[in-house]
Design a protein around this ligand. Structure first.
Ligand SMILES: [Zn+2]
Ligand SMILES: [Zn+2]
Length: 334
């Protein structure tokens, strides 16, 4: 089979690889759509902390089952999305129903080879039913599930006024599910175009970072009940504390490789609740599928760029350096 391999940082190549052999409990699938994500660009650029090269990237998957051993209960020919977070099932997080932060987590396309290839073996338990969704829609489920999970962590209610800092694909997913939870949503980004576009897609009011006085008036000076950071910037993460209301919650969705700090008197004065949000669970995936199915998540409008395995060798490096107008690029196979 052919696979798109990130040989080392900055180098992509289509290679012939042996067909993977499913282990017990696994099925063989043909990836049909693979969403390209910030993580993939980071792997390509050599900025990802957990990756060893060479690596087949791709964790935002819509797949077709081609081989399913009896006992897996999966029908050949059916389409699924994939939960790419492979967990151990026995660590403290798994025992507490939080496989998304498993001690020994292995993410397809990051810690082990992923879906930018003609065939892939995945645990049957990680297949997500997507009946009624198109392949494109199914391939958006994973990145939207990150947002759904963050909103569940933040326990957003219709009474809340929510601020999403960072209007990229992850911020978009957060804003979408905050909005679907009934909250009033403000979205802020350095680039007004990106903030406007995200707000128009998912519902919400757009602000730019030059616009802070107006942002304050959104809550009548109260501050926000829940603030989500989706910037990938330690400076923005530190500044986000200032936007949280007294008694409010601050959810850090994006990850940086450095320390962040805050003033303890401010933190205590407000009695803030600080939450990390990592990956997503089956419950979040199901929530996203339901939202796409009933039309409340505009999954079709998120796919802005397309490529295939061969052309991705040139397209991914290009998109890594100039993301303007890009929300979600999709690799198509077959
Ligand atoms: Zn992703
Ligand atoms: Zn575990």
């Amino acid at each position: 089979m052919e696979a798109l391999v990130c040989v080392e940082p900055g180098s992509l190549r289509v290679e012939r690889r042996p067909v993977p052999r499913p282990r017990p409990g696994e099925v063989l699938v043909r990836p049909r759509r693979i969403g390209v994500c910030g993580t993939d660009y980071h792997i390509f650029e050599g900025k990802h902390p957990f990756v060893e090269y060479p690596r087949i990237m791709g964790h935002e998957l819509a797949v077709e089952v081609v081989e399913a051993p009896t006992g897996t209960g999966v029908e050949v020919g059916r389409f699924f999305a994939v939960n790419p977070y492979l967990s151990c099932g026995s660590c403290i997080a798994c025992r507490r129903g939080k496989p998304n932060c498993c001690v020994a987590i292995s993410v397809l396309g990051v810690h082990q080879d992923g879906g930018m290839s003609e065939l892939l073996a995945v645990p049957a338990a990680n297949l997500i039913s997507v009946d009624g969704l198109t392949l494109d829609q199914a391939a958006t489920v994973e990145f939207l599930a990150i947002g759904a999970h963050a909103v569940r962590r933040g326990a957003v209610t219709p009474l809340d006024r929510v601020l999403v800092v960072g209007a990229g694909p992850i911020g978009l997913g957060v804003a979408l599910f905050a909005n679907l939870s009934g909250a009033a949503v403000a979205i802020i980004d350095r680039e007004s175009e990106r903030a406007d576009y995200t707000a128009s897609l998912v519902g919400g009011t757009a602000f730019t970072t030059d616009d802070l006085p107006h942002l304050g008036s959104f809550t009548g000076g109260d501050g926000f009940d829940v603030v989500f950071d989706a910037t990938g910037s330690s400076r923005a993460m530190e500044q986000g504390f200032d936007h949280v209301a007294h008694g409010g919650r601050y959810v850090l969705v994006s990850v940086v490789r450095e320390s962040i700090s805050f003033m303890d008197p401010d933190f205590h004065r407000k009695e803030l609740t600080l939450l990390g949000s990592r990956n997503a669970t089956a419950e979040d995936f199901d929530r996203v599928v339901a939202a796409i199915r009933d039309g409340s998540a505009p999954a079709d409008r998120l796919v802005t760029h397309r490529t295939d395995l061969e052309r991705a060798v040139f397209d991914i490096p290009r998109w890594a350096s100039e993301k303007s107008g890009l929300i979600k690029a999709m690799v198509t196979i077959g």
